[in-house]
Design a protein around this ligand. Structure first.
Ligand code: ZN
Length: 559
């Protein structure tokens, strides 16, 4: 069914509560595992319906924020969802304590039960008040950044509209944009310090109430880390420092030479060519059409997926004034339909939507065929493998998007991914240090960041006070809004590199491994799944060095 024809009605949560009560009673009086499993099918139906309607409302609201009907609907779910989550959790507790657990585990999977356990550990009605305050503080941060008004040649720009100037090929324009950018952050620096201080204290208090030493443990539960902990992540960071950072140093040296600069600063972040970064050719409609043709050629599975997406109009990617910002992929369970939302703006980011977001959507489409809905509940380090690897699997068709500069694009894509690794890892170490020492002053936090910069990015020069004071982390949304969600990108990128290396040797073989991983979804634990499909687990000692050796050859060939 086309998205615009999908019917909508407001979910009646009182009715949902009654249905949950009935389900719970039946679950408790069931006489065996099979009966419970059958009742659980109705749980899928009930939650599928709630998710479908609330997601339709949210997409339609994002598509036109001036539409008062869907704005009200969207507000309604914002308010109702915490209570709904509570209903789901209560039901899951009964399932979790089932006398027929063994049989259920065989059907639904061990991962699902482990995830339920983590959800229980991460929540208690006692902390609802603090959680609400936490959400409000995160929103305060987001609003502060969204409200930036930067004067630019008679126009008022927000931070994202300033981005093209920050990446301009003209160094003078870049410097000017950069000055304005940092001046904004300096003007709200104290506010940013205060919001973060309150967030750290709030999260620490939640952890203490739940009986944990600090927020690190609670943060890991909230990220659903069901098969590794801070120790594995710490060892992973050590490998990055030892084996990846020296490699990035060389890549940065080459970038510096290509740009004709005598030193690299934060100002050149995102700038790859003296003549400017490659941009896609054609109109947004043409880019979308090009994407459909590409997936038609890539494999029969991607053809089926993309035809389904286009046929049912499951994209809203064209820029309109009344749309909300950003981009994402979401899922409508009742229609087995992924949905992609984005704002095309004429940069290579438009093609990333076709590759990255479609990678997420393709996986959503495949796992939608799995009757066990828990298998779709993937953790982020796995979800980002699907998307980041698709960015590479689509490499053979980039000439269709970038014309004669497609080689520049491929080069930029790989370099950009490589350069990201130290930064992403640093964001993670920073957060561990912060939550292990929640009483640090704002100044000490900046000093902590500044020290990490020297360790992870020794190739950057610090010539402006904003960075010299170690304030750059304040622009990273995840640090405020999604604690510990950042190493996931790094872990996933390491796996995507493995696919890149593999596909250049044997595309067919790499693709069938990728397909298998997408289909496994969340049916097994992270490490097990990677091994099953022939990928190295990034936590394994020596795994990073091996990847670096191969990437070094690859990048040397290109430049
Ligand atoms: Zn993603």
């Amino acid at each position: 069914m086309k998205f615009r024809d999908m019917p909508y009605r407001r979910v009646d949560f009182e009715e949902v509560r009654r249905k949950f009560q009935k389900l719970t009673e039946e679950l408790q009086s069931a006489r065996n595992g099979q009966e419970q499993f059958e009742i659980h099918q109705r749980y899928y139906e009930l939650t599928g319906e709630v998710e479908t309607f609330s997601t339709i409302a949210s997409i339609r609201h994002d598509g036109d924020t001036t539409d008062s009907y869907y704005r009200e609907e969207n507000d309604y779910y914002d308010v109702s969802m915490p209570a709904y989550q509570d209903m789901v959790l209560a039901y899951q507790k009964i399932l979790f304590q089932s006398p027929y657990r063994k049989e259920l585990e065989q059907k639904i999977g061990q991962v699902a039960f482990k995830n339920m356990e983590l959800s229980f550990k991460g929540f208690d009605p006692k902390i609802i008040g603090l959680m609400q305050e936490e959400n409000a503080l995160a929103t305060e941060y987001s609003n502060l950044l969204a409200g930036a008004q930067i004067e630019w040649e008679g126009e008022i720009l927000n931070l994202s509209l300033l981005t093209p100037y920050l990446q301009s090929q003209d160094q003078k324009i870049r410097n000017k944009a950069y000055k304005k950018y940092t001046a904004y952050f300096e003007s709200v620096g104290e506010e940013l310090d205060l919001i973060y201080d309150r967030l750290v204290k709030n999260r620490t208090e939640q952890a203490k109430i739940l009986g944990y030493k600090n927020y690190v443990e609670l943060g890991y539960y909230r990220m659903n880390r069901n098969s590794y902990g801070p120790t594995e992540v710490e060892k992973f960071r050590e490998q990055i420092k030892k084996d990846f950072v020296p490699f990035v140093k060389k890549v940065q040296e080459r970038r510096k030479a290509r740009l004709g600069l005598d030193k690299l600063t934060h100002k050149e972040e995102g700038v790859y060519f003296p003549q400017g970064n490659p941009k896609p050719i054609g109109t947004p409609e043409e880019i979308l059409k090009c994407g459909q043709e590409m997936y038609g050629k890539l494999s029969s599975e991607t053809k089926e997926f993309m035809d389904f997406m286009m046929e049912n109009e499951l994209f809203d990617v064209l820029g309109r004034k009344t749309k909300s910002g950003g981009g994402y992929m979401t899922y409508l369970p009742n229609y087995h339909a992924p949905f992609i939302f984005a704002n095309f703006n004429g940069t290579s980011g438009d093609v990333d939507v076709i590759t990255h977001e479609c990678g997420h959507a393709f996986q959503g489409y495949l796992s939608g065929m799995d009757p066990i809905r828990e298998h779709a509940e993937i953790t982020m380090e796995t979800a980002e493998i699907h998307s980041m690897s698709m960015e590479f699997f689509t490499n053979p068709w980039m000439e269709d998007f970038f014309g004669e500069r497609y080689k520049d694009f491929l080069n930029m894509q790989l370099e950009d991914a490589v350069i990201f690794i130290p930064y992403g890892t640093m964001v993670d170490e920073f957060q561990h240090m912060i939550y292990e020492n929640p009483d640090m002053t704002p100044k000490q936090r900046h000093e902590t960041w500044r020290k990490l910069e020297e360790e992870y990015r020794p190739y950057l020069s610090y010539e402006d006070s904003f960075f010299d004071e170690g304030r750059i982390w304040q622009k990273q949304r995840h640090i405020y809004m999604s604690p510990f969600y950042y190493i996931d990108y790094v872990l996933a990128q390491i796996c995507a590199f493995q696919y890149k290396i593999w596909m250049d040797e044997n595309y067919e073989e790499a693709w069938s491994s990728y397909l298998e991983l997408c289909r496994l979804s969340a049916s097994d634990f992270y490490g097990n799944m990677l091994k099953k499909v022939g990928l190295k687990v990034p936590f394994e000692e020596g795994s990073i060095k091996e990847i670096v050796n191969k990437l070094e050859v690859k990048l040397a060939e290109k430049i």
